[in-house]
Structures are given as C-alpha cells and as structure tokens.
Design a protein around this ligand. Sequence first.
Ligand code: SAH
Length: 222
Amino acid sequence: MNALNGIGMTSQRTRERMVKRVREQGVRDEKVLAALAAVPRHVFVDEGLAHRAYEDTALPLGHGQTISQPYIVARMIELLLEGRRSLGKALEIGAGCGYQAAVLARLSEEVYAVERIGALLERTKENLRKIREFKVRLKHGDGQLGLPEAAPFDTIVLAAATPELPEALLQQLREGGRMMLPLGSVSDSGAQVLCRIERKPEGFEKTLFDAVRFVPLLSGVE
Ligand code: SAH
C-alpha cells in the first residue's frame, strides 16, 4: 500500500489534484509545483493516514508534531526562490518526517536538515531512503544553533514557529541569502505570520506574508 507509485488515493493522479489545488490557491512557480508533484507524500505519512496524504492539510506524525500542509510548503519555497534559479545551499530546521526536505532537495544544490527529536530523524532517514533521495544531509540537534560547520547558507527555512529571530541562524545566512520562518508565539493562536529575511550588504530586510499556524520551535534534543 505504501509502494512508491501508489494506487487509488495515493496515486500520481491524486497527487496531481493536490498540486492543482495548491496552484489554485496562488502558487505560480512551475519549478515549485513540479517539485511538489514529484514527491510522493504518502510515503511520509503514517500508513493509516496514507489515504489522506494528498489532502492539502497538515497531518499528525506522532510526538505531537505535524507534517506541514503542502500549500504552505510550496508557498514558503516560492517566496524563498523568488527571482532566483535555485535555493543554493539550503538548511531546514525541523525535518519532522522529511517531506519538506525532499521537496527542497529538488530545488537546491545542497540540503541540510536538523531535527531535535531523534525518533523523527530516524523516520526521515528511512523515508528519504525509500524515495531514493540521498541529497539531504541530516543532523540530530537543536536547530536554533544552526549548523555552523556547513554555514553559510543561501536558504534557511524553519518548520516551527518562534517569537524571535534566532540570532545564530541570522549569522549563518550568506549575504544575498534568504530565511523563511513562521514568526510568532504558539499560545496566542493565529498570531503567527510567515516572515522572510533577506541578508543585504546593509543589513537584514524583513517582509511579512500570510498568517499561519505551526508547532513551536523548542530547545534541546530528545
Ligand atoms: N518539515 C516537516 C514539518 C515538521 S513539524 C514537514 O515536512 O512536514 C516541525 C518539526 O520541527 C518537528 O518535527 C519538531 O520536532 C521540529 N523542531 C522544533 N524545534 C526544533 C529545534 N529547535 N531544532 C530542530 N527541530 C525542531
């Protein structure tokens, strides 16, 4: 049932309908839509939820975490890519089950992904192996510290919300690079917005986009 190509609710046709909905919601970058169409999301969700893998919704992935909504993944990547050919060297904070990392891999030269929950990192490893995506380099750690050994990055994307910009991540952004994150608190429901930071020679430029809802960025590892 979890076969790569899938049948019925996990088929390529079902996936294409999901991409069509994402397009209808306003994502126009063909490169992003093609990447979304190429990643079999049903491989990344629990087997019991595979029939819902191509609904455009967030789904639980255990440990109180969620696999992100495809539209939001696409929207963040589109805003990161705007006017650029590639995401270059990318860092994802909060790999979860690896879905977004797999999408990023199709649009980047290099991808690093950090996850603080060891059990989820193992799932990511397994899922990426299943779809034969070997480009993503995974690290178990607290992503708030970034990945100094691989910095600087052209792209940094956070899959968890924080009320403050993590200083270490700003420092690991290359000049001309971009960071995307859900900015805001989690307790204050509905108070998060997508925030894009661009590192310019004269400093950091911040642009706010859609209201979103993400799980919180937490400290430490487990
Ligand atoms: N990128 C995933 C979404 C995962 S949800 C997808 O494609 O669907 C957000 C993830 O961020 C969770 O797995 C959570 O454990 C992780 N996370 C939260 N705080 C973190 C931190 N400080 N460092 C690394 N990962 C973190």
